[in-house]
Design a protein around this ligand. Structure first.
Ligand code: SF4
Length: 373
């Protein structure tokens, strides 16, 4: 097995079996695990506490039954599966869980939390251009820090948070570089592998993920580039799961050359800026966030951003991965659709449902889509 194959196999194993990956990371580091629900949270504070932040993004599951007691059928697909997992005790080993509140569904998830660990809910201000928004968010993060200290029985120092910011910024930069390089190697980094590498980030110590990503990037750069005979697309939305969807892209020789997924590139889009006060640095990262349906932007710069990405990466089309019943993404879609039509950018909207049991309709739509160009 080559080095690239070994790294990809490891990442796929982590992404496919988070429970084992977390247990391995805990055995190696002795760290307690703290859950982090979508979409954004100051993970650096968790890391500074000496804990392992673990992303909780649901999973493909065909049977939602227990969650129906607490969530209406029109709650988004991803939260349905998280609630089901809570009720099945999947998160019972976590020491705490962080929940942000950027949408109506997430606002109620903290109140409805059924896991055994304490839930720490906080709010990102949406009027983000004001300095007072940063001041407000610093106060929120102070509460997060205090709650984590109580849950974990530790003291979280400013120095430790600044060090954690360095670890996370290094990881973001390494992942961004990997994504740029991977766009030139679609024969090696297919849609399933690309997603696994991004998903594994949620279950590994960030320093370990950075080391693996850097090694993978260096190996790719040493390989000759080959012409890609298939199509190239950009994915946008919350997530592009389950894997069956990505397998269909692979089946029809469709490469993902870039993405604007909340679970993937949006997580590494913006570094935490320099500064003295770590919580203010983290607050300013939120202020600097752009191109996301969950970070209010009256100018909707996400729309031209995606159109520019099509040109930059020579993409043939954009696939809008619409998370089932996700309001923030539904609000952006008509605007993006109109602009793409105006610019004659091929586009397709696919509904993403973690509870999907059949993918034949998606296969037919993807097949007919690629046959059109
Ligand atoms: S998928 Fe959409 S509706 Fe669901 S929690 Fe995320 S942002 Fe909210």
């Amino acid at each position: 097995m080559s080095k690239v194959e070994t790294i990809l196999a490891n990442m796929k194993a982590v992404a496919a079996n988070p429970k084992q990956a977390i247990a391995d990371a805990q055995a190696k580091t002795g760290k307690a695990a703290v859950g982090v629900l979508p979409v954004y949270a100051p993970e650096e504070i968790v890391y500074a506490a000496g804990a392992l932040p673990v992303g909780c993004w649901g999973k493909a599951t065909k049977n939602i039954s227990k969650a129906r007691t607490y969530l209406p059928a029109f709650a988004c697909s991803i939260m349905q599966s998280i609630m089901e997992m809570e009720l099945e005790g999947v998160y019972d080993d976590l020491k705490a869980v962080l929940v942000s509140s950027p949408c109506d569904t997430l606002k109620c998830m903290g109140q409805k939390w059924k896991g055994k660990c304490p839930v720490i809910q906080f709010v990102h201000p949406q009027n983000r251009n004001l300095e007072s928004a940063n001041v407000f968010l610093v106060e929120e993060y102070k509460l997060v820090r205090k709650a984590l200290e109580e849950a974990l029985g530790v003291t979280i120092t400013d120095e430790a948070i600044n060090k954690a910011i360095d670890v996370y910024n290094e990881n973001r930069q390494a992942v961004r570089k990997f994504l740029e390089v991977a766009a030139d190697y679609p024969q090696v980094i297919d849609p399933v592998a690309r997603h696994a590498i991004m998903k594994a980030r949620f279950f590994m110590d960030k320093a370990d993920h950075t080391a693996a990503i850097k090694e993978l990037t260096a190996e790719l750069e040493a390989m000759p580039k080959e012409a890609w005979k298939g199509k190239k697309v950009i994915l946008t939305g919350i997530t592009a799961e389950p894997d069956e969807f990505l397998e269909i892209l692979k089946e029809f020789d469709i490469a993902v050359v870039a993405d604007d997924l909340a679970q993937e590139s949006r997580q590494v889009r913006v570094d935490v800026p320099e500064g003295d006060e770590p919580l203010m640095r983290l607050a300013k990262q939120w202020q600097n966030m752009y191109g996301c349906s969950l970070a209010t932007d009256r100018d909707k710069d996400r729309i031209p951003m995606i159109c520019d990405m099509v040109e930059k990466y020579g993409a043939d089309a954009v696939i809008y991965c619409q998370m089932k019943f996700c309001d923030p993404e539904e609000f952006d879609y008509p605007l993006l659709y109109s602009k793409m039509e105006e610019k004659e950018i091929r586009n397709l909207m696919i509904e993403i449902d973690q509870q999907a049991s059949s993918f034949e309709q998606i296969r037919t739509r993807i097949q007919s889509f690629v046959e059109m160009f």
